[in-house]
Design a binder for this molecule. Sequence first.
Ligand code: ZN
Ligand code: ZN
Ligand code: ZN
Length: 279
Amino acid sequence: MPHRFDASASPTIRVTVLGSGTSTGVPLIGCSCPVCLSSEPRNKRLRASIAIELISDTGAVRTILIDTTPDLRMQALRAPLKRVDAVLMTHTHADHIFGMDDLRQFNYRQRDPIPVYGTASTLATLRQVFSYCFTEGQMGGGKPRLELQEIEASLETPFEVCGVSVRPLPVWHGNLPVLGYKFGESFAYVTDVSRIPPETMEALRNLDILILDAVRHEPHATHFSLPEALDTLRELKPRRAFLTHLSHDFDHYATTAALSDGVSLAYDGLTFEVTGSGK
Ligand SMILES: [Zn+2]
Ligand SMILES: [Zn+2]
Ligand SMILES: [Zn+2]
C-alpha cells in the first residue's frame, strides 16, 4: 500500500520537464541542421509537458501531469513516472493530447480512473478525438478510464488538485484561447502562448519560477518568439525563468549562454523544487 496522502499539509512541489520541444520535437524528421544532428542530450526535445510531484510530510507522492503528448510513454519511462493522479490540459493541439491513451497503464497500476481537467471546449474535443474512451464497449485493459472535469477559463476560479491550489491562466495562442496554470503563489507554466491579457499578467508577477513559451528567434503567429518571451520576462520579473516549446533554432548551450542571469532554456529532464508554495 502506498503511504496515505495527507492533503491538509502543504506538500513539497517538485517539477520535472518531461518535454521541452515544439510540436515536431527536436530533432526534426529529415533535418540535418547542427542542432538536429547534435549528440548533446539537451538538444533532444520531446513534445512539451511537465510533471508536478507533490510530496507529503510522510513521503507519499501524488503526480499531476500537464498535457499528454505523443511522447508520453517515453517520457514516463525516462522520468520515471510511477503514477499519474490528475491531468491538466492546456489545449487540444495534437502535440499536447495524442498520448492520452498511455494513461491506461496508470489506471492499471492505481486501479482508479484518472481525472482530466480542461475547459468545456477542451473536453468536447477530447470526447470527439478519443471517442472510444467515452463510449460503452470493450472493457478490460484496452482503454483508459478517465473522468473529465470541467474548469472555467477564469483567474477567479481556482480549484484544488491533490491538495494544491491550481489557478487557470487564460492566455491567447494565436486566435485560440488556451490555459496556463499557476500552482500556489510561486510557480506557473505557460506554454503555447502569443499574447497574455493584462489580468493574467498581474497573476504572473513576482513568481519564484515561471516556465514560458519561446518557439524560435523569428516572430510566429501563435507562439512567443525568443525576443517576445524575454520582453515578457523583463516585465514579470520571476526569480527564475525557463523557456520551453523550443524548436531546432536553439542550441541549448549557445542560446543559454547569451541569456541574462535567471533565464535559461528548459531541457528534457530538468527538475527543480518549488519553495514557498503550497496552498
Ligand atoms: Zn504545442
Ligand atoms: Zn534541424
Ligand atoms: Zn498549440
